[in-house]
Design a protein. Structure first.
Length: 256
């Protein structure tokens, strides 16, 4: 059970795309230093949920408060890591230059230059993510795992209180996935983390709670996955095989 103050409050949120309901009547409270895994089928609304929290999308109805503010007003306190930044790998930009983009919310770009405080924050972010030695390297020369660490460093450079990540291990080998989630677990000591993941293995060792998203959202205040939860999200039988996922019992989703 998480007893910290709420940092993300979602009440009665509905979101549609071209008239098609993506999320329906979402009510979720995420507390300080919670590590929430968001799981569910493709097209179920996971990425949409993250983008709503980040303020990149607006709900059709309902309210979202992040640190007591509308998401857009809390943007400087949120770190967002998309699946891919869409960087041209042939573009001559370095790791440090990409990480500096995370300081835009602190006005570095609009001052016309980045100052020593910006560069110090970037160096610390690169060090925390284990890629400080790659600061001068071209982004196009990085491995998949190194790029994902760079994207996290870019978000950390903004000194966020909340970190939102959308499939951070999608292009990372299994060993790199474990290292990635170990890094996130360490970061969780200082910030709230919400991560979209298809990798159910992560639930056994790293996260503290789970949200099943399939148009509706069911938030479980424990890092537990059961056959019932998966069938409720995917609407069909799903095999729960090893991969370190604990077989524990949760109460059924209650029908609204």
């Amino acid at each position: 059970m998480h007893d910290g103050p709420p940092v993300i409050e979602i009440s009665g949120v509905n979101f549609s795309f071209n008239g098609w309901p993506v999320l329906t009547d979402v009510n979720v409270t995420i507390r300080k230093r919670e590590f929430l895994a968001v799981i569910g089928p493709n097209g179920g609304g996971k990425t949409t949920l993250i983008k709503l929290i980040a303020g990149l999308l607006l709900p059709r109805t309902g309210t979202i408060r992040v640190l007591g503010l509308p998401p857009a007003k809390a943007a400087a306190r949120i770190g967002y890591v998309p699946q891919d930044l869409g960087l041209d790998r042939d573009f001559p930009v370095t790791v440090e230059e990409v990480a500096l983009m995370g300081r835009m919310s602190h006005g570095g770009l609009f001052r016309g230059r980045y100052d020593q405080k910006d560069k110090k924050a970037v160096a610390e972010a690169l060090e925390v993510t284990g890629i400080l030695d790659l600061a001068r390297k071209r982004v196009g020369h990085l491995s998949g795992g190194q790029r994902q660490r760079l994207y996290i460093a870019r978000a950390l450079a903004g000194e966020p209180e909340i970190l939102l990540l959308d499939e951070p291990t999608s292009n990372v080998d299994p060993g790199g996935q474990s290292r990635m989630y170990s890094l996130l677990r360490d970061l969780n000591d200082a910030m709230t983390i919400v991560v979209v993941s298809h990798d159910l293995m992560v639930l056994s060792s790293y996260v503290s709670s789970v949200a099943c998203v399939s148009t509706a959202v069911h938030h479980h205040d424990a890092a537990e996955v059961t056959q019932e939860m998966l069938e409720g999200a995917w609407h069909c039988p799903v095999e729960l095989i090893a991969h370190g996922v604990p077989h524990r019992v949760l109460k059924s989703h209650e029908e609204s």
